[in-house]
Design a protein around this ligand. Sequence first.
Ligand code: S3P
Length: 175
Amino acid sequence: MIRIFLLGFMGAGKTTLGRAFAKAMNMDFIDLDYYIEARYRKTVRQIFEERGEDGFRQIERNLLHEAAEFEDVIVSLGGGTPCFFDNMDYMNGQGLTVYLECSPEVLVRRLKLGKDKRPLLKDKSDEQLMDYVVETMKQRAAFYEKAQLRMNGARLESKKQVAESVEELRHLVNL
Ligand code: S3P
């Protein structure tokens, strides 16, 4: 049985890599944000608006505990999932944790395109985005660094790179 948790900052490519990996390995794929949205029939943005970040983090933790019981699965987390409650220690006990690392430059380039659906970024100008990413990354680093394994998330920009990253992850987790 294998259970993998993919973590990293918003824009690191967790969903892209997780989905491609699951397809290639014939495993189940759970994207925690989509899982939450399907269960609550609301977008992450609506949940933030209605319940605040604290309410969202509670839901995120509850549904993480559900997804972390599934078998032969790769779970792509939200960027903040590892940084609340004891989520990181819990996941380290449930399976393999992989930190998808990316430089702030790469993250900001990708996030400029996806700001609207991310409640923590929606009001930031492109100029404010770099400061936000650098500052938030500093606060989150200690949590992300608890991951058992790491890989580079920068090379997910073409079909070929995604396929190569899938191979890299396969070796990393010994599959
Ligand atoms: C968040 C990241 C988002 C989503 C929510 C909060 C964060 O997921 O869970 O908007 O705190 O970094 P992605 O990393 O998939 O964008």
